[in-house]
Design a protein around this ligand. Structure first.
Ligand code: NAD
Length: 352
């Protein structure tokens, strides 16, 4: 059989290849590069097609498609969120994605995105904190010590100069795992037994828990002035982490309001409650933190442009490396209209 032509082959980045690429670049450097890439794309926000992600909900989870395009390239991610999965030995969140060329419609890369989602979610949290948190923030609380947690802590170290991370999870085994993974990485790590203890002295509080309910990970009295909160775990209808009173006194920053109003902490507020789009802060159009005592909240849900930025970055970073393999993905007959002839010739070739 004739081997597939060059344009029929699409680079595929497996989980193993992604891990090797991350080690090759270095995880903290990768975080910094991802923040640069996401920021650059947020600055040109109006260039993108935008739509709330397409979600298919069940009682125990969600499967979502997240597409966007800048007119040159197109990307989408398939991602799930199933908080009960960990009890079955499965990930809460898994993902894969595609980057494609708008001019031809051909895919240019297929990639695992479970690890890449953890990287881009952490990079996005750190980017938000870079623009919104107090400048002298050195201590963060990390509430929810599951799959995303170490990524979140290391991004805050690399991008915002965080020196101490205070961990809390309702499952002490998750905290032990997180503390062990973060040991020797240049952070002071403290394991705490309550959320109140974890947020003591923290200028940045990241909540990243998984539970399909209106949870109250932080109550109003726990949040003092001048704190920046990244609320990462509330990302579905009926799945939130913060007491509404916190939202009423915080400056709220979001990715794409039509999606966040459905999925974020602000689903608990009136639909016209004022929020600021984070891209406008990064583009210099509106102020971020307005005073030292303000409570700022990044109501993170995860938006398609962050995945697009991450896919583009991985595509650039792959060049000249062995961290992918080519998949025979695109039918490519010599005569583009003779698809059937190509099928027939492949049968003849097999018989011969
Ligand atoms: P995970 O299941 O691996 O970890 C979640 C952790 O939260 C577990 O260790 C669990 O014990 C802990 N937890 C649950 N309830 C808690 C509570 N009341 N107090 C303290 N800890 C509690 O999940 P993960 O992959 O780390 O994801 C965490 C959350 O982040 C999920 O809800 C996921 O949907 C969300 N997420 C958001 C984005 C985004 O862009 N905003 C991206 C990825 C994941």
């Amino acid at each position: 059989m004739t081997p597939p032509s060059r344009q029929a082959l699409v680079p595929f980045v497996s989980v193993d290849h992604m891990m090797r690429l991350v080690h090759h670049v270095g995880i903290e450097r990768m975080m910094v590069e991802l923040v640069d890439q996401i920021e650059a794309d947020f600055r040109r926000w109006p260039d993108f097609d935008k739509t709330p992600r397409v979600a298919s909900h069940s009682d125990i989870g969600v499967i979502e498609l997240m597409p966007t395009s800048d007119g040159q390239q197109y990307g989408f991610k398939y991602v799930n969120g199933h908080p009960s999965n960990t009890r079955r030995g499965l990930q809460t969140v898994t993902a894969f994605g595609v980057l494609a060329d708008v001019a031809t419609g051909y895919p240019v890369m297929i990639s695992e995105m479970t690890i890449l989602t953890a990287l881009r979610t952490a990079a996005t949290s750190a980017m938000a904190a870079k623009w919104l948190a107090p400048r002298d923030a050195r201590v963060m609380a990390m509430i929810g010590n599951g799959a995303q947690a170490e990524f979140q802590a290391l991004a805050m170290k690399a991008v915002c100069g965080i020196e101490e991370v205070r961990l809390f999870d309702i499952d002490p085994a998750a905290t032990r795992k997180c503390a062990a993974n973060l040991a020797g990485r240049g952070l002071t790590v403290l394991s705490c037994t309550t959320a109140e203890e974890a947020i003591l002295g923290a200028q940045i509080v990241t909540t990243c828990t998984a539970d399909k309910q209106y949870a109250t990970i932080l109550t109003d009295n726990m949040v003092g002035g001048g704190v920046h909160i990244n609320a990462v775990g509330g990302d579905c209808p009926g799945k939130t982490e913060l007491a509404p009173a916190i939202l009423h006194r915080a400056g709220i920053f979001v990715e794409y309001p039509p999606q966040t109003r459905i999925e974020g902490e602000i689903q608990q507020l009136d639909p016209d409650h004022p929020v600021t789009e984070l891209w406008q802060v990064i583009a210099g159009q509106v102020a971020g933190r307005t005073d030292a005592a303000q409570v700022t909240l990044f109501d993170s849900v995860g938006f398609a442009i962050e995945d697009f930025s991450a896919l583009r970055h991985i595509h650039q970073r792959l060049q000249g490396t062995p961290f992918f393999r080519d998949l025979d993905m695109i039918a490519d007959p010599d005569d583009p209209r003779d698809l059937f002839g190509m099928l027939c010739r492949s049968q003849t070739a097999d018989v011969a």
